[in-house]
Design a protein around this ligand. Sequence first.
Ligand code: SF4
Length: 435
Amino acid sequence: MRTFYYTFGCKVNQYETENIKETMLSEGYELTDNYSDAEICIINSCTVTAQSDSKCRQLIHKIKNVNPQCIIVLAGCFPQAFEKQAGNMEECSIVVGTGAKREIPSLIKRYILSGERIVKISLRTKGEPFEKMENSGADEKTRAYIKIQDGCDQYCSYCIIPTARGHICSKPLEDIAPEVSRLVGSGHKEIILTGINLCCYGRDFKNGTRLIDAVEAACGCEGDYRVRLGSIEPELISDEDISRMESLDRLCPHFHLSLQSGCDETLKRMNRHYDSAEYRNLCKKLRERFPDCAITTDIMVGFPQESDDEFHRSLEFVKETAFAEAHIFPYSRRPGTAADKLDGQIDKKTKHLRAAKMSEICAESKTRYLKNCVGKTFEVLFERETSPQWHQGHAPNYVTVRIPRESESVSLKRQMLKVKITSSDSEYCYGEPAD
Ligand code: SF4
């Protein structure tokens, strides 16, 4: 049976879809990237914002319109967080929450035999074991994600993820190196460690295991590869972590430190567990130990009760921190979160004006960061040819680098080459192979 897959949201979701796909392929299901001729469509949903829910619904309606006979499987965070709404989506033959994704192949078999609609959403409980998943990386990709952690207990006031993903659970430490070796063995040059709240890795083991132990395990295998960290929470990185990371040659000097706001009053209402001074101090320490490292981030604007003054303090802090890249999000109300009940919700127009202002500042910082790379030489991992003109890849600091193509028949995909940066613009660095 031809199967179509679509993933919304984060790297963890992408990893899980890959895993479902590998299992389905091993059971003889075929792949199609066109839902109009698929017999089964598996949608791995996200529910971080209201927009992600509506995009998911729109896709399901579209599929059902052009392909009414196909079996639609709706999985993941949307049904887990909003069971009633998702459960009522009759277009979906199978609806599963975040705790049962690995059962999708067997649930499809059951549905095909019985024809009875299946809704399987169970409450996520504390102490649930980590859902054992390992991807073989049979894809042709250059970079591979490894999900080492799931769940979150931080309860930031705007965030629905703890409801969707449940409590913290971690991949057994001894399972990390074998998966890295397999992925490196199948030609991947970069391994990205990812999770829902990566920094909480190992807490559920209650034996002092921390994220840094997982990073060292991932960096300790044979082969020509490098390791990148997914998004990390500022308050959970210690001085000892920084020292141990500094000694790992394979670790990419790129830290995605989620800020959300540069204003302490707003951070308090967000129930974030650090203030701007602590964030500033951490950035200073990282830049001292990893010169030229890239610090990237997520910033939310228009959080309830965010006054003009608070917004400007956030803007000034972001300007001062000079991020290499930033993702800007206008606050999105999520039923079931503490922030949804706050008065002083900000109107849409103001949110978008603030997002535009913040994006402008961050674009300037990014252009400056790229300019500072000129004259430097980086080991670039080439991933694709973007046009007849360019080979394109990423440097360890996650800067996108382009070098001219000599001939259209040559691909540098999956090659790691030293590149001297000769120029930059607002998006890319440009260079030439270094001797
Ligand atoms: S740390 Fe906060 S924002 Fe991140 S997943 Fe947990 S609750 Fe959500």
